[in-house]
Design a protein around this ligand. Structure first.
Ligand code: G1P
Ligand code: ZN
Length: 549
């Protein structure tokens, strides 16, 4: 794979690198930005300077297959060799989902992993690319590590790389580059081995082969090869089960975000057709999931609550749950289940890294976000296919349809009507002024009428980590009503074009109330009043959100 002739280069930089946002575990920019000379190299050099254990350490590298994936792996391998890494483990064709990377880091006791992905953002020359660093626990790099990377990057004057011929072919085997080993592994089987320690594959297999047709949409992204191996080879489903199964550099023009807007073809199959009893999709790098049943969509907040309520269907969790956690904007459906189970429920800021400390300290077993992310202590990332298997295990055990499981859940625990409205690609100054105006209004809102109720409190969410005591401020504006209903406003931290405003709505109805309404109708008074208060449509000049979940 690499020529035996090589030389060590030190490349001088003309300008420092200032693009990484402090406090984020990676770098996400347009694909074209990453093509600029020395751009990727500067960030990787900063990582190698800050990451503990580089000398003699093992590093995991791989990505979601988007344009730039192989070039980046090649550069990282050559820079790793120049920095004294002992072994890089990557995968056939460089295809590695985020949860599978987390598993490989933990399994191989690696110092960390570099995942090449811009998650659910479109790929290709007109799309985005990203580099994400995970630490030795398998989860997104800690804030102290990313701050260190940031301070190295600002003063960077040069980077080290090995110059050699390489052919960009990634087939399984062990190779050598200078004194470093490059181990190219299958990657998929490691992940499926882990899944088999958690779920009962025989039970799921016999259920889906016996008149319970399922369909999975990989959206031309990383989960295709995993899903084929899982559903077709291991579980015996038909080969048509997996749609858009081959990872493409531009995802075939799809936006690999599994929601009702961007995975519309799949949603139509389930919501309008009757061919399938179950449908699911994952995002670009395989950490998000969307679950559908015949004629029904499972809101991710409900999904988390249902997984928690039915943990005992899954052999891997038969010992019980130590606790659960959800991000602040996620609905409180899981809180009610936690109370019923007599376990703790933690409310964290948005983003997976906050769950990591709780998982490492064994305070929680399951966690999730409203943004289609669910996971457990089996890795330190959210895990799309794991969530799909969890659902299939529940369905195979209960022998009920998805809509029956949902309805029964609401009948026992009540229903948390929930919706998120996204206003995408709005000018940053519009978003910032809307946000700061609402922030300034917060102190005066208490006691006012909103959505037909009284505002009990209005604040900007902050979080004190129960494990290390660190404090995270400014995590989203909350309008909390006297009946537990909420309206929340946040600015996205993951978009690359302009700003994205996210508005979240939640309203609880007891099990003996009306649990059959359309969420947009049930939440209408809240939706109307936040638009009036924050002047959303007036200021964004958008009469409807870009995405409604
Ligand atoms: C979004 C989601 C958030 C998730 C993150 C990474 O972040 O809302 O829950 O953790 O992507 O997948 P946001 O764009 O809202 O900052
Ligand atoms: Zn993702």
């Amino acid at each position: 794979m690499f020529s035996t002739e090589f030389s060590q280069l030190v490349v001088k930089l003309n300008q420092p690198f200032t693009d990484q946002k402090p406090g984020t575990s990676g770098l996400r920019k347009s694909t074209l930005k990453f093509e600029e000379p020395n751009y990727l190299e500067s960030f990787i050099e900063s990582i190698f300077r800050a990451l503990p254990g580089v000398q003699g350490g093992v590093l995991i590298v791989g990505g979601d297959g988007r344009y730039g994936n192989k070039r980046a792996i090649d550069i990282i391998i050559r820079m790793a060799a120049a920095h004294g890494i002992q072994k890089v483990i990557t995968t056939v064709d460089g295809i590695l989902s985020t949860p599978a990377a987390s598993n490989l880091i933990r399994k191989n006791k690696a110092i960390g992993g570099i995942i090449l992905s811009a998650s659910h953002n479109p790929g290709g020359l007109e799309g985005d690319f990203g580099v994400k660093l995970n630490g030795s626990n398998g989860g997104p790099a800690s804030e102290s590590l990313t701050d260190e990377i940031y301070s190295y990057s600002k003063n960077l004057k040069e980077y080290k790389i090995i110059k050699c011929q390489s052919n960009n072919i990634y087939s399984a085997g062990q190779y050598k580059l200078a004194s470093m080993i490059v181990d190219i592994v299958d990657g998929i089987e490691d992940y499926l081995d882990l899944m088999q320690t958690i779920f009962d594959f025989d039970l799921i297999s016999s259920y889906i082969k016996n008149d319970f047709p399922i369909v999975f949409d990989a959206l031309n992204a990383v989960t295709g090869p995993y899903a084929k191996r899982l559903f077709v080879d291991h579980l015996g489903s038909t080969s048509e089960t997996v749609r858009n199964a081959i990872p493409l550099e531009d995802f075939g023009g799809l936006h690999p975000d599994p929601n009702l807007t961007y995975a519309k073809d799949l949603a139509d199959l389930l919501l309008k057709g009757n061919l399938y009893s179950f449908g699911a999709a994952c995002d670009g790098d395989g950490d998000r999931n969307m679950i559908l049943g015949r004629g029904c969509f499972v809101n991710p907040s409900d999904s988390l609550a249902i997984l928690a309520a039915n943990y005992d269907c899954v052999p891997g969790y038969s010992k019980g749950l130590s606790g659960v956690a959800r991000s602040m904007p996620t609905s409180s459906a899981v809180d009610v289940v936690a109370k019923h189970l007599g376990i703790n429920c933690f409310e964290t800021p948005t983003g997976w890294k906050f769950f990591g400390n709780l998982l490492d300290a064994n305070k929680i077993t399951l966690c999730g976000e409203e943004s289609f992310g669910t996971g457990s202590d089996h890795v330190r990332e959210k895990d799309g296919l794991w969530a799909v298997l969890f659902w299939l295990q529940i369905l195979a055990t209960k022998k009920k349809s998805v809509s029956e499981i949902l309805r029964n859940h609401w009948l026992v625990f009540g229903r948390h009507y929930y919706s998120r409205h996204d206003y995408e690609s709005i000018p940053a100054e519009v978003a910032n002024s809307l946000y700061s105006r609402l922030f300034n209004m917060l102190p005066s809102l208490k006691g006012q009428t909103f959505g037909g109720r009284s505002i009990q409190n209005a604040d900007d969410f902050s979080y004190t980590d129960p494990i290390d005591g660190s404090i995270t401020l400014k995590q989203g504006l909350r309008i909390l009503l006297d009946d537990g209903s909420r309206a929340l406003v946040r600015l996205s931290g993951t978009g690359t074009k302009g700003a994205t405003l996210r508005v979240y709505f939640e309203k609880f109805v007891k099990s003996n109330g009306d649990i059959t309404q359309d969420p947009q109708l049930a939440l209408k008074p809240l939706i109307k009043d936040i638009d009036y208060l924050a002047e959303i449509s007036k200021r964004t000049r958008m009469s409807t959100p870009s995405v409604i979940t």
